[in-house]
Design a protein around this ligand. Structure first.
Ligand code: C5P
Length: 465
């Protein structure tokens, strides 16, 4: 008998097969068996014997230690973002199953969600096939985390009241698994006392929350609190709840990070410095190490503890930083979060410059420091696959960052507004715009740790692509 693998089929046929398989809840292989078996039925008993019966729908892509997320998509306009959330969860090595509420089906179809999760999407409490095959009790039990995104006001009210009127609420009631809600609704609905009462009840019941964020509402052009958290934020929150080691998306990868300010000596006791705290660079180093990477952190003088599991090299000047970076190559990814001084003192004193009465004030002459990011990004050998810089701007943030991306020759720039009123310099939160060749993506204001987690998730997705 001729042998033909699914990989050899043309793309259109593969797509149709994938959709058929998603619709029937089978793997693509089992779907092919089913088709062949049906054809064999027509061809008589002899032919039938050569085709084995399809196995029941099961988690074919699941390794023993893979964490399982059950994603419940509620009926709100933010549901379209939940399709991206499926991708974000899967790229972290998580196994995803999906339930759509009836209202969600107005915004996304079971077919599109099914094609992304790679298996049947569940919609009905009383689906005879579904009940026989998986059933709501099994759905509830076979998950390490349930994520509700978007969690509408209606879903939250039903959960708080213990209703089980459809598949989603029945599963939520029948589970002991940790639940993460990503609320999304109109700001007035969010602020309503009834929603706040339900929220307080759910939090008291141990439900975890991500968002809602402040921002523009898709449906009305209104602003306020009620925007669903971004898919990457939800994925990072899910991963956190699943515990460290849920997946190690950067296992085996070498990551080089610069952090903190540099100190450029005026003489042996004085120096030129800047206000960088190193918090963002150090948080990225910690997140990369937690994601399983082999991390070298080259840090200027900071008041922070060394992140756990990270190889920390301490330097003072820009030139020392460049030397340390070049010595640490090769690396898969290099992230330049340090606020390197653009200039150093050309005529730095070998001895302490003395103040002498009656003598002119000493003049400092400055000379340019090497641009470490640009030097590494323009290397012809040992250039890391992904070179990432920061752009701390006080005006025209996005436009300046775009120009910087081209000038420095790096792949991504994380741009942020560091005007004094933002409190970003030295503060604990950050508002980033990710600038790549493809465009500009605004990230929500979040802690520097969450920025780090989001960046690491992005890097993992990029380098395994
Ligand atoms: O040019 P600007 O200082 O705004 O660029 C910021 C980015 O370049 C940051 O990623 C910073 O770490 C990096 N940089 C560098 N060496 C310099 C100056 C900046 O690596 N001398």
């Amino acid at each position: 008998m001729a042998s033909l693998t699914i990989r050899q089929l043309d793309e259109q046929l593969k797509k149709q097969l994938r959709l058929r398989a998603a619709r029937s809840g089978r793997s693509v292989e089992d779907e092919v068996r089913t088709i062949l078996r049906a054809a064999a039925d027509e061809g008589g008993a002899d032919a039938k014997e050569t085709v084995s019966a399809p196995k029941p729908a099961r988690r074919t892509d699941e390794a023993a230690d893979t964490k399982r997320v059950l994603l419940i998509i509620g009926g709100g306009i933010a549901a379209y973002k939940s399709l991206d959330l499926i991708r974000r969860l899967k790229e972290r090595g998580l196994y995803v199953r999906c339930i759509l509420t009836k209202a969600a089906e107005h915004f996304v179809t079971p077919l599109s969600a099914g094609a992304l999760v790679g298996e049947k999407v569940f919609t009905d409490l009383f689906d005879p096939a579904g009940e026989f095959d998986v059933g709501h009790i099994r759905l509830a039990r076979e998950a390490d985390l349930i994520v509700v995104a978007p969690a509408t006001a209606d879903l939250m009210a039903k959960m708080a009241g213990g209703l089980a009127s459809d598949l989603a609420t029945a599963v939520l009631l029948a589970t002991k698994t940790k639940i993460l809600l990503a609320p999304a609704m109109n700001p007035l609905m969010w602020a309503n006392k009834a929603t706040q009462r339900n929220l307080a009840q759910l939090v008291a019941d141990g439900v975890a929350l991500v968002g809602p964020n402040e921002g523009e509402m898709a449906e009305s052009g209104e602003r306020g609190v009620g925007r669903m958290a971004e898919p990457l934020e939800i994925a990072a929150a899910a991963e956190k709840l699943l515990g460290a080691g849920a997946s190690l998306p950067l296992k085996g990868k070498r990551i080089l990070i610069t952090s903190g300010p540099t100190h450029e000596p005026i003489d042996p006791v004085r120096y030129i410095a800047n206000r960088s705290s190193g918090k963002q660079g150090h948080a990225i180093a910690a997140a990369a190490a937690a994601a399983g990477a082999n991390v070298t952190l080259i840090s200027g003088p900071v008041n922070l503890p060394d992140p756990t599991g990270v190889n920390v090299i301490k330097i003072e000047t820009a030139r020392e930083m460049l030397d340390a970076v070049e010595t640490a190559l090769p690396a898969d990814v290099a992230i330049f979060a340090a606020a390197v001084a653009d200039w150093r003192v050309a005529n730095a004193g070998v001895q302490k410059i003395k103040k002498k009465t009656g003598q002119a004030t000493p003049e400092l002459s400055l000379t340019e420091n090497p641009d470490i990011l640009s030097t590494v990004a323009h290397r012809t050998s040992q250039r890391p696959k992904l070179v990432i810089g920061f752009a701390a701007e006080t005006e025209h943030v996005a436009a300046n960052a775009k120009a910087k991306l081209a000038r420095k020759g790096c792949d991504w720039i994380l741009a942020n507004d560091v005007s004094p009123q933002t409190g970003i310099m030295g503060g604990d939160s950050n508002t980033i715009q990710l600038v790549t060749a493809k465009g500009i993506e605004p990230w929500p204001t979040q802690s520097k740790q969450d920025v780090a987690a989001m960046l690491i998730a992005r890097i993992a997705a990029e380098i395994w692509k």
